[in-house]
Design a protein around this ligand. Structure first.
Ligand SMILES: [Cu+2]
Length: 147
């Protein structure tokens, strides 16, 4: 092969290498910009969800059994939307009642669950209790502190 042929081959290789390098660097650029886009996306969608479904309730789980609540002290903030998820871990029927906060779950049997949502509109420490039979007197009580 003559000298011109070698030059042509060399230029051809340069072009191919250059094209591969360009496409690779473009791909890398796209990859580096993608995480930023995905970081933005969840914020937008969660903001949209909040606008659609309202404020997300903070979930607090309480278990009831003979004759106690676990935990037996709850802490919430005034104005905060709370979802109280009550599970009857005993065998008698139980519920959770807080008169001052207008909270009362359904009376449910052992192994069942019931949830109520509420927003405390005043600060203080209030008694939660089970209103079934004499469960309250037998110690099925706890405290809800609102600050
Ligand atoms: Cu009870």
């Amino acid at each position: 092969m003559g000298r011109n042929t070698w030059v042509a081959v060399f230029v051809g290789v340069l072009i191919v290498v250059g094209a591969v390098w360009l496409s690779t660097s473009q791909r890398q650029k796209q990859q580096t910009t993608q995480p930023a886009q995905t970081q933005v996306a969840p914020t937008e969608s969660s903001a949209t969800q909040e606008a659609e479904t309202g404020e997300q309730a903070k979930e607090i789980s309480v278990e009831g059994s003979e004759f106690k609540f676990t935990p037996n002290t709850l802490s919430v903030k005034k104005g905060e939307k709370i979802k109280l998820a009550f599970k009857n871990a005993g065998s008698f029927p139980h519920n959770v009642t807080v008169n001052e906060l207008n909270v009362s779950t359904n009376t449910i049997g052992g192994g069942e669950t019931d949830s109520v949502e509420f927003t405390a509109d005043k600060t203080g420490t209030f008694e939660m209790y089970c209103s079934v039979g004499n469960h309250r007197q037998r110690g099925m009580v706890g405290k809800v502190s609102v600050e």
